[in-house]
Design a protein around this ligand. Sequence first.
Ligand SMILES: Cc1cc2nc3c(=O)[nH]c(=O)nc-3n(C[C@H](O)[C@H](O)[C@H](O)COP(=O)(O)OP(=O)(O)OC[C@H]3O[C@@H](n4cnc5c(N)ncnc54)[C@H](O)[C@@H]3O)c2cc1C
Length: 315
Amino acid sequence: MTTLHEASLQSLLSDDDRARLREIFGQRVAFDEALAPYTWWRIGGPADAFVRVETEAELAALFGLAFKRKLPWFVLGSGSNLLVGDGGIRGIVVRLSGAFSSVAVGGDASTVTVDAGAAASMPLLVMQAASHGALGIDGLAGIPGSVGGSLRMNAGTDREFGEFVRDVVVQTPAKPEPHSVSPQYFYRHTTLAQDAIVARVSLAFARGDVAAVREATKSRLVRRKNTQPLTFPNAGSCFRNPPGEKAGRLIEAIGAKGWREGDAEVSEQHANFIVNRGAATAADVASLLARVRRAVAEQFAIELELEVHFVGVFA
Ligand SMILES: Cc1cc2nc3c(=O)[nH]c(=O)nc-3n(C[C@H](O)[C@H](O)[C@H](O)COP(=O)(O)OP(=O)(O)OC[C@H]3O[C@@H](n4cnc5c(N)ncnc54)[C@H](O)[C@@H]3O)c2cc1C
């Protein structure tokens, strides 16, 4: 007899599904592909299929197949805000690449515009925008994600991604052709539909002095280097800051720095970061997060909310 857990580990793809994916994507589809290398935590079991999608037409074709065969899918950006379960992800994991990685900077005397594909790297976008004097871009410096993931998360610091968005083009299973949407942006989340994949984004910034913007960007990066545990795999801040509070301060106050579950450890340098000291599993990270959350609730009566997204099968 197969247990429920065993069943959750079985691939959902039939031989026909695999053949069709191979037909559309050739060597750009991998089956039973370990996801750990694609996440910043270096944690996560296999995807039934891992597909590198290079064009909007390919994404539309993939949606067509997933819809017809009732296959679940998940879009993975740079994996810098994700905890993928040790049991992996059933169905298709989509990784945008190719034409989705473009970044084009333009504008006029008063404005810097950036048109970027969803797979473009934020550090690259920030560097290019800063070198054109995009005011406020320093607030996005040091965020390691992709453009699509950063839009989904409304990533930021004192400035947020959503502040600069002028247009968002998405594709969905119901409407696979690229089309514009206007999500609303909140602290670390948006109203973007769950089943929408961001294909490209247009941003606009007031134009400022190039040297000053570059300097501001550089000093943000230096500050991060000095305050964040960047030598061990991590996913940035694990919990959202509660209103008027800092999650890191609360976690430090309960004495959690250095707490461990397996190889997962609450960073000594930044209490809201959990680092992978080597062979941490998703189960280790999940139980450490739960322990921290419980202790903060007991001491401060504050329920911390996760910023990192959990995805896939957890034991
Ligand atoms: C060292 C470090 C520092 C960080 N600092 C910050 C910070 O200062 N501020 C901050 O806000 N965050 C920070 N983060 C978290 C993370 O970088 C951001 O949340 C980032 O925007 C996530 O982008 P990603 O491409 O890695 O998304 P992923 O982690 O791959 O995915 C996150 C979510 O976005 C969805 N997604 C990804 N691509 C798309 C797409 N094309 N369309 C629709 N949905 C998509 C995924 O399905 C998932 O639900 C940090 C992380 C690290 C590791």
